[in-house]
Design a protein around this ligand. Structure first.
Ligand code: FES
Length: 170
């Protein structure tokens, strides 16, 4: 989240950088805290201050799953890939999400609406296979019910956009 504190934390860390090994990860963490992801301009900035080549910084970002190179979508989908969900068809659920949204695990859709990730266990194994969309849990999914669910979210987004446009036009 973007706050004055996260901005100053990022700048402060850059300012006091003294070349100590192990400083890159905290720098990237504070960039992500501030921007919500690690944008290209933050990577250039870090590289300029630390002297670490941008290619090395990208290498670290892509190695650690905690870092994102894209902003999070309005809706964050977490598909459970834990054991109970795995035996109940999690693979099909994951493939359906990828197919329906045209993205792969770890990506954000081009329209910026959906970010898709997998998790180990959501904690409601009796509802397997399970996904979460933001804070809402959806269980006992089939590819067909999942497609319907995702279309519902798209419709909801469309309606809220129309309402906003109408409000502006009034
Ligand atoms: S394994 Fe999927 S919710 Fe536990």
């Amino acid at each position: 989240m973007k706050t004055a504190t996260s901005q100053s934390s990022f700048n402060y860390r850059l300012w006091r950088y003294d070349g100590a090994p192990g400083e890159l990860i905290p720098l990237l963490q504070s960039a992500q805290d501030h921007f919500g992801y690690v944008p290209r301009r933050a990577i250039s900035h870090i590289s300029g201050v630390t002297g670490i080549p941008e290619s090395d910084i990208y290498g670290v970002i892509t190695f650690y799953s905690q870092f994102r190179l894209q902003p999070m979508g309005k809706y964050v989908i977490r598909a459970c890939a834990g054991t109970a969900c795995h035996v109940s068809g999690a693979r099909m659920i994951i493939e359906t999400i990828e197919d329906e949204l045209g993205i792969e695990v770890g990506d954000t859709s081009e329209d910026g609406l959906f970010t898709f990730n997998t998790v180990a266990c959501i904690g409601c194994c009796s509802l397997a296979p399970v996904i979460m969309i933001n804070d809402d849990t959806h269980g006992r999914l089939t590819p067909a019910s999942l497609r319907k669910l995702l279309k519902g979210y798209r419709r909801k987004i469309g309606e809220s956009t129309e309402t906003a446009v109408e409000a502006v036009g009034e």
